[in-house]
Design a protein around this ligand. Structure first.
Ligand SMILES: *Cc1c(COP(=O)(O)O)cnc(C)c1O
Length: 408
């Protein structure tokens, strides 16, 4: 295991399976009519997609490319949950015609639907609609959008949602059977999901909707010390939903991403150089901030160190001097590629490993092809490591390109 060339990601399959089972166990206990739509954008590693597919999850996609990837990896059109503002017309039609889930996000999509319904007047079409609502007011300080507004779906407060529903009602063979209420929050609290469920009830009552599904979206916590886990959310959601819905008539859709895959994923890096410049110790590693924090928002990381002269035993610092401060940096040539400040810790030396934890979401698929290509990914199965993505090479990078040296 130690001989593998760093950097690489490792996914522990047992932990992943535990999280998947915790999710479905909690859902079946609280609302025994549910569907899991795995959020492709969070991590679309093919092995991971096939793992969740094998476990019964549908594909939650938000672009034509993600839709095509889902198809490529074996999803049928009816196993797709199609969200977001950037769908393509062809894929939109394919999913609707196959009876998959489409959550309308814009006026243009209503036009597309209108056209499709006219083309197939004998066919009934069921769609969902994404509601944009003031979650910040219900959960002050907790949302990502804050007090301004979210930018997805049809706004409830300004009457756009009512307008869209009215217009959809005029299309004879179209019925709105679903509500999509995904909202991203900073807190990922149980209270956020209680409020989303309350909103589902409010909209159902106000617009007299007959819903075959309520889609809560994603944004749960999972595998974070002191934070909620799946079994904390769904009893509360069910308590609220049961005021207006029954599991017999209304399916609960959830779209987990990061909560499923954080706990099981680590990123293994090695120190390759240390240098002192004007009193600062820089520890150069073969893992970059771009590998695990491409959006440059993290201020701290969960990690542990394996010191190479101590048989890489965890948490047993070898007899090395403590250093006041070491700046752990990445391999890129960008000054900002500094991961964290390591204070009052044993001196790190080339060959030591820094292993980051909770890095499953928004990392592998949000990793630029910058200076180094995608790192390898391994899956730990019964103590063995199986490579599920090899490190990308220049051949992978140039695939699809032509050079000026080639004849036209
Ligand atoms: C991003 C997103 C998700 C997944 O969010 P996580 O925070 O990774 O759980 C689910 N649904 C929609 C519509 C999203 O945009």
């Amino acid at each position: 295991m130690e001989t593998l060339r760093t950097p690489y990601f490792v996914i522990d399959e047992t932990i992943l399976q535990n999280y998947y089972d915790m999710l479905t166990g909690s859902l079946s206990h609280s609302w025994n009519n549910y569907l899991v739509g795995y959020s492709f954008k969070t991590n679309s590693l093919p092995w991971l997609v096939s793992f969740v597919k094998k476990n019964g999850a549908y594909a939650e996609v938000v672009s034509e490319d993600e839709y095509l990837l889902a198809r490529y990896l074996g999803y049928e059109d009816h196993e797709i949950i199609y969200n977001g503002p950037y769908k393509s017309r062809t894929s939109f039609r394919n999913v609707l015609l196959a009876g998959g889930y489409v959550n309308l996000d814009s006026q243009t999509e209503i036009d597309w639907l209108d056209g499709l319904a006219e083309e197939y007047p004998e066919r009934p079409f069921s769609v969902g609609i994404r509601a944009n609502f003031d979650l910040e007011k219900m959960c002050p300080g907790e949302t990502t959008m804050g007090e301004v507004s979210g930018r997805f779906g049809f706004c409830y407060e300004t009457g756009k949602l009512a307008g869209a529903l009215q217009r959809l009602q005029t299309i004879p063979n179209v019925t709105v059977t679903g509500l999509h209420l995904h909202s991203s929050s900073k807190s990922r609290s149980v209270n956020i999901f209680r409020s989303i469920a309350q909103m589902a009830c409010k909209l159902q009552q106000e617009f007299r909707l007959d819903l075959s599904y309520v889609d809560l979206g994603g944004g749960y916590c999972g595998g974070m010390e002191g934070r909620p886990e799946y079994p904390d959310y769904f009893p509360v959601v069910a308590e609220e939903l049961s005021r207006c819905f029954t599991p017999d008539q209304t399916k609960l859709i959830v779209e987990p991403g990061i909560s499923l895959i954080s706990k099981c994923t680590t990123f293994v890096t090695s120190v390759f150089d240390v240098r002192d410049i004007k009193g600062t110790r820089y520890v150069m590693t073969d893992g970059s901030r771009f590998n695990i924090d491409a959006t440059m928002i993290k201020t701290s990381h969960l990690f542990h160190v394996l010191y190479q002269d101590d048989d890489r035993k965890e948490d047993t610092a070898p007899a090395r001097a403590l250093m006041e401060k070491q700046i752990i940096s990445g391999y890129t040539c960008m000054e900002c590629d500094r991961l964290f400040s390591h204070e009052k810790q044993p001196e790190l030396l080339p060959g030591d490993q820094i292993i980051y934890e909770n890095v499953g979401g928004y990392t592998m698929s949000l990793n630029p092809l910058f200076i180094q290509y995608f790192p390898a990914v391994y899956v730990r199965q019964q103590g063995k490591l199986l490579q599920v993505r090899r490190k990308w090479t220049p051949e992978d990078y140039v695939s699809g390109s032509v050079t000026a040296l080639q004849d036209p």
